[in-house]
Design a protein. Structure first.
Length: 315
């Protein structure tokens, strides 16, 4: 096998393959590749490009001595054992800049579907029912938006409210100076007490896993709406269901779930999800917030730019 060969395990924009060629690489393009197949074939490759389907854990990394870099299509680095990668001198590239706008627009779209009851209204019309009062929505204008995590995705969601008659608050534990003229940086307690709508833009870490539990929801403002386009495992689905049943939460928008697809989970998890499916104040999508035509290209471009910069520094 050639020394500078890359294994590409998911669908990418042609600009990524072209960019690899310009940087002196050849590639194996296998967008339907399973995690098991990737792990078996990885030894001998100098680089690999992955998405959420192909998790790279310690055992996978320990099987290869040739791997120099990993390209992550998107932002979530929880699918890569970063500690082992660092130990073995493997450079990790992510592209959170590439899909930040897509995630922000998707979060807004989910919220507007919820507030305007668009999903139930659409179903009614298709069924021949013309129910106007039953589908009366509520306006986002005048509300307070809370953003937890103000990195690439969170700040993009903050910018999207420019021109809206809303108050925007943001909290990020790891940033010293953030916010803008439109977005006010606050502590977490203030955000939970004031926000009518809370959107999560945080990575999955031991600290954030299960963050949205019963105690967290009780600290939120009564009638709050939660939006999660970050990582499914930051939320306890039973706690969310209980929050909806009690009325403490007036709605949720979830693009990500702890187990994807839900049918792959244990029976008790499936039962919770089935209960959520029955609720009209729940909007769901299949982990596609960052999945646009434009973001596919921007993510590929970002990886190539970062890979090229790293290669120059390695020379």
């Amino acid at each position: 096998m050639l020394q500078k060969e890359v294994l590409v395990t998911d669908y990418v924009h042609p600009v990524l393959l072209e960019g690899l060629r310009d940087l002196g690489y050849t590639w194996t393009y296998a967008p339907e590749m399973s995690r098991e197949e990737m792990s078996r074939l990885l030894p001998g490759y100098q680089g690999v490009v992955v998405n959420t389907r192909c998790v790279i854990d310690r055992s996978t990394l320990e099987r290869t001595d040739s791997l120099k870099w990993i390209g992550r299509l998107g932002s979530g680095l929880d699918i890569i054992d970063l500690e082992t990668a660092a130990e073995r001198g493997i450079h990790v590239i992510s592209a959170p800049e590439g899909n930040a706008q897509a995630v922000a627009e998707h979060a807004l779209a989910m919220l507007l579907c919820l507030s305007n009851k668009l999903i139930t209204a659409d179903r009614c019309v298709r069924a021949g029912q013309w129910l106007r009062e039953e589908n009366r929505g509520w306006e986002v204008a005048g509300k307070t938006i809370g953003i937890i995590g103000y990195g690439n995705n969170g700040s993009a969601f903050g910018r999207i409210w420019s021109g809206w008659d809303v108050r925007v608050l943001a909290y990020d534990k790891y940033l010293a100076r953030y916010g803008s003229e439109k977005v006010k940086a606050v502590d977490l307690q203030t955000l939970l007490e004031k926000a009518d709508i809370i959107s999560f833009h945080i990575p999955l870490t031991p600290e954030t896993k299960g963050m949205i539990d019963n105690a967290f929801i009780r600290k939120c403002k009564q009638g709050c709406v939660l939006i999660n386009t970050s990582r499914g495992k930051i939320a306890d689905m039973e706690a969310i269901l209980e929050g909806l049943r009690s009325g403490h939460l007036s709605g949720v928008c979830l693009d990500v779930l702890p187990i994807e697809p839900p049918s792959a989970g244990p029976s008790e998890y499936v039962a919770v999800m089935n209960a959520l499916y029955e609720k009209d104040n729940v909007v769901l999508s299949p982990h596609i917030a960052g999945w646009t035509v434009e973001s596919k290209k921007k993510i590929s471009e970002t990886i190539i730019v970062k890979l090229g910069s790293w290669m120059k520094n390695e020379e």
